[in-house]
Design a protein around this ligand. Structure first.
Ligand SMILES: *Cc1c(COP(=O)(O)O)cnc(C)c1O
Length: 372
């Protein structure tokens, strides 16, 4: 899949996504519309803009943009977790079964355990190599590549199993972004993306998206958002839209650096393990090459011990110690510092390649590793 050239290409699509038709004297991307109520006289159905919890033209343009990239109908939310919650909580009730990937963003499992299980939803976890335990399932949820361990789930195979059991499949597409993989093309019913990571990529806002080609699912997700109010502010929505124009450029640099870094670390001593789905020889590389176009900005680096990982981070000059991933700035963190959630060792580092020059990132890592 990664070999095919799409027309128009990814940069062209990212730059044009969601822009209005040209209009003499108008901005390419109109500025944010700030409103709570709008003017609305008489019949409330006279306009779709009555009250801004239901509709805002700035978000709608952003939804068009992400919908164009995911090739689905998209609803925007105030954060990735608000988007996750819209899918999980609106669709699951007492007696339902949620089948969930064992690894991936820990807050998703915490939401399921803390708020769905007590309301009578059965939760079953499974790993990337396992048969998904789909019997009687209502919803299957996988994050792929699953951060921080970077195992890849076979979206087509999980979709077939889910559908055979009468279940929907939702994929968390945050790490890859819709330019890295298109879950809806691969058989998923719902694609969820946090916009707080690579999709907008400037480490300056929180956002989330739910995309689907199923109109009844899209309508239910919209109804959930109308009632719960998990909507973004117009300024953040506008910033997000502006940022998506450079998505392909940013990702291409990030992914090139990530691959170069993974290759360099693989052949250097002193690293216990390195994972990157685009690395030939990675356990996931064959599957990743089949279902992904870009392999993402994150490299998983295991330095063996907490002490080495902490020394490595303190020796980095360019890489900023911070959580999250996918931004312009190279960042890294020792995941086990959170003390919960991820199934990784004490020396495990999630390393997110930014858009700096590849040679500078490599030099920083190599110097910091030597010093650690
Ligand atoms: C960050 C993240 C989320 C949650 O997104 P927020 O915007 O932080 O709420 C969900 N899934 C994955 C894979 C993430 O990395």
């Amino acid at each position: 899949m990664s070999e095919e050239r799409e027309t128009p290409g990814a940069s062209t699509r990212a730059i044009q996504a969601g822009l209005p038709a040209p209009e003499q004297g108008a901005a390419f991307l109109p500025g944010p519309t700030f409103a709570a109520p709008y003017h609305l006289a008489g019949d409330p159905d006279a306009t779709s803009y009555g009250y801004a919890r239901y509709a805002n033209p700035t978000w709608e343009a952003l939804e068009q943009a992400v919908g164009a990239l995911e090739d689905g109908r998209t609803a925007v939310f105030s954060s990735g977790m608000a988007a996750v919650t819209a899918v999980l909580v609106s669709r699951l009730g007492p007696g339902d079964v949620l089948v969930l990937s064992r690894d991936g963003y820990p807050t998703v499992r915490a939401l399921a355990a803390g708020h769905l299980e007590p309301r009578g939803v059965e939760i079953r976890l499974f790993g990337a190599g396992d048969e998904p335990p789909v019997e009687g399932a209502s919803l299957v949820w996988v994050e792929t590549p699953a951060n921080p361990g970077l195992d890849v789930y076979d979206i087509g195979a999980v979709a077939s199993a889910a559908h055979a059991a009468g279940s929907l499949l939702a994929v968390d597409n945050t790490l890859a972004t819709p330019l890295g993989q298109r879950p809806l093309d691969l058989g998923a019913d719902i694609s969820v993306t946090s916009g707080s990571k690579a999709l907008t990529g400037h480490s300056d806002l929180l956002m989330g998206f739910v995309s689907t080609r199923d109109d009844s699912v899209a309508d239910e997700i919209r109804a959930w958002r109308d009632r719960t109010g998990a909507v973004p502010g117009p300024f953040e929505a506008w910033l997000a839209h502006r940022s998506i124009g450079t998505l392909a450029l940013r990702l291409d640099r990030q992914c090139a650096t990530a691959l170069a870094l993974a290759e360099a670390l693989e052949s250097s001593g002193g690293v216990a393990a390195v994972r990157y789905p685009g690395l030939p020889g990675d356990p996931s590389s064959g599957l990743a090459a089949r279902q992904m176009r870009r392999f993402g900005p994150v490299v998983a680096i295991d330095l063996g011990t907490r002490r080495r990982a902490e020394r490595f981070l303190s020796e980095c000059r360019l890489a900023i110690e911070a959580t999250s991933f996918g931004g312009l700035h190279t960042t890294a963190e020792r995941r086990a510092r959170w003390g919960h959630g991820d199934d990784v060792g004490e020396g495990f580092i999630r390393f997110s390649c930014g858009c700096e020059d590849t040679a500078d990132v490599l030099a920083d890592v190599q110097r910091a590793l030597a010093a650690a």
